[in-house]
Design a protein around this ligand. Structure first.
Ligand SMILES: [Zn+2]
Length: 281
């Protein structure tokens, strides 16, 4: 942007706008893509003298009034989301943020919760802090917190009595899977307890059911190998999921047939199931 140094000082306020300031104003109009608009110029205040084009990859503006120097071409480097954030035209939403409710207490406060974890091979992953588990006093559930990096994104609660329905309850966001473990290989399992149970050997990823949520894709990209290991009665589903993953670009997927639910196996048995041939890698 060039500045006109000979401007009438009375108008300096508007005319002396920096390129950045102009850009901010231009963007604040939120001109739709592929549209050119004529507007009253906010820089010189003349009627209908400003032309703004929102091109595929450029924002172009130009004032036709002889006395006005407002013009510029800005190559778009920012996504619309970034732009919105910068110009703060709408509040940044934190729909993914999950606030842990007050009534989630330590699992040590409930014997049934502790028993459940021990009986389902989750206790070890809990004491080794691979997973954050709470007890929901209100719903009488053992609750597995879903984390992404260090942020809590949601939670999944397992009912501790037969009277509580549903058996599994999803709190908050459903598009981030529950994961447990730090291994390079992952296994898709049906629920959080199974994910914890395998976490000594592999990273367990809970599907929370027997179908695949497409938004899990980005949470699986980092793994070398992806196993699909559902209960025996869901073998067809396991193959469906594996096919779907292949179709979605994962070429490292393998179905593992199980005799029983993974949460009833101990570490040695799990190692044998997945890395039968010998030493794990
Ligand atoms: Zn102008």
């Amino acid at each position: 942007m060039r500045y006109n140094k000979n401007l009438n000082p009375n108008n300096m306020g508007d005319y002396s706008m920096t390129y950045e300031e102009q850009l901010r104003i231009i963007y604040s109009y939120m001109i739709p893509p592929d549209v050119t608009m004529r507007l009253d110029c906010p820089f010189c205040n003349h009627k209908n003298t400003l032309s703004v084009t929102n091109d595929d990859n450029r924002m172009i503006w130009h004032c036709f009034h002889a006395s006005c120097t407002a013009r510029g071409t800005e190559k778009k480097r920012m996504s619309m989301a970034t732009i919105k954030k910068i110009f703060n035209t709408e509040p940044v939403t934190h729909e993914d943020k999950f606030i842990i409710p007050e009534h989630f207490k330590t699992v040590y406060s409930n014997e049934k919760a502790m028993k459940y974890l021990q009986n389902n091979n989750c206790w070890e992953s809990y004491v080794w802090r691979r997973v954050d588990i709470r007890y929901d006093v209100k719903q009488d559930r053992v609750v597995f917190l879903i984390k992404e990096f260090d942020n809590v994104r949601g939670a999944v609660g397992r009912a501790l009595s037969k009277e509580t329905y549903p058996k599994w309850f999803m709190y908050g966001n459903k598009n981030v899977p529950f994961k447990c473990g730090e291994s390079n290989d992952a296994v898709l399992v049906e629920d959080c307890a199974s994910a914890c149970a395998v976490s000594n050997v592999l990273t367990g990823v809970a599907l929370m059911g027997t179908s695949y949520n497409d938004s899990f894709d980005k949470h699986l990209k980092q793994y070398k190998k992806i196993f699909v290991a559902l209960d025996r009665d869901a073998t067809t589903k396991a193959f469906d999921i594996s096919n779907k993953l292949r179709y979605r670009g994962f070429d490292n997927v393998q179905v593992k047939m199980l005799e029983d639910d993974l949460k009833y196996y101990d570490t040695q048995q799990i190692e044998k199931i997945f890395y039968d041939r010998k030493t794990n890698n």
